[in-house]
Design a protein around this ligand. Sequence first.
Ligand code: ADP
Length: 392
Amino acid sequence: MKILAVNAGSSSLKFQLFTMPEETTIVSGIVERIGYDNAAVIFKINGQKFVEDHQILNHKVAVDMVIHGLLERKVIESLDEIKGVGHRVVQGGELFKESAIIDDDVVAKIASLNDLAPLHNPANITGIEAFRKALPDVIQVAVFDTTFHQTMSEDAYLYACPYEWYQKYGVRKYGFHGTSHQYVSQRAAEILGKKDAKVIVAHLGNGASICAVKDGKSVDTSMGLTPLEGIPMGTRSGNIDPAVLMLVSSKEDKTYGEVLDELNKKSGYLGLSGFSNDSRDIIDGMNRGEHRAWLAHQVQVKRIADYIGSYYVYMGGLDAICFTAGIGENAPEVRRDVIKAVKVLGIELDEEENNKRGERMISTKDSKVKAFIIPTNEEVMISREVQRLMNK
Ligand code: ADP
């Protein structure tokens, strides 16, 4: 059975076609710069990359291009072969405690959450609508970044602000990267051979979040109402005192919205280093002895360690820390310094393993708490969800 996993952003559309339940990838790709003159459709088939330049006006055209490409490249003989489509949706609020088979009602509910994710949910809906038109008879499933965290208890998800803000506007922590945290923590529990494992996942990409998982359930996570909360990221500040908004807006004659934008797009690695949001540049800079590059790295390491310590206490112990996503999977320096910072928990780095890539244990065998690299796979998780709902 073939299932397509889709991740629609405001100007891009990523896709991956799987044979399920084997979970083998038949094709993956991306439509980039939708709405711009220099749009491109990229297909990756059997390790080969095909790039087509087109003018792509909107997501509907992008979806038609993808489907046409699958047929033309003989990836599929006919559209009937695609039995389900899974869509990544960023914000499911409290409305979606699990993935949902998409109908008009589900689309309306996702749209009702636009206020909570103004940059993401409208783009996700555009992708959903385009695929519903192109493949009207195929089951489509929404898989939310937030559902995995719906198991957090009130003491973990509430902010200590007026309770009415929560009641009236849904002001609370939702958390994101849920499919990744779920995938990685499930894999960690398998490796550990322990269903009730206590695991911390450090999803460190351009966006980054930490999640505490106990008995397969998210009990706390670092991102909040929006992805701005938590640890410093490529361009996001992570936690700051909200009073900064008022000070900077008055000093620089900017609106709160403009300052917030700088906390989202000009902070984190970029803000502290002053030159890059990319971990590779930060590490190069650090190796050249540049103090601000070191600061960008070190402030993030400290904050990650703060979360790990806090979650260790909250869960009453810890079996493993897992590193995933672009930085977590590829930057040994970040893993090394995080592990050194939490050494007191009984975790010892295996330097040699840490310098390798791919799924592996990077702590020594006698470490009380283990550490792993576990490459994430959000697309497989989405396809599993489609399959699960189809069989329900
Ligand atoms: P997102 O999906 O949030 O855009 P990714 O998970 O792709 O982000 O991660 C992007 C980050 O991963 C960048 O900071 C990039 O420098 C880092 N990264 C990717 N590949 C490597 C690598 N080979 N070595 C070090 N860092 C890497």
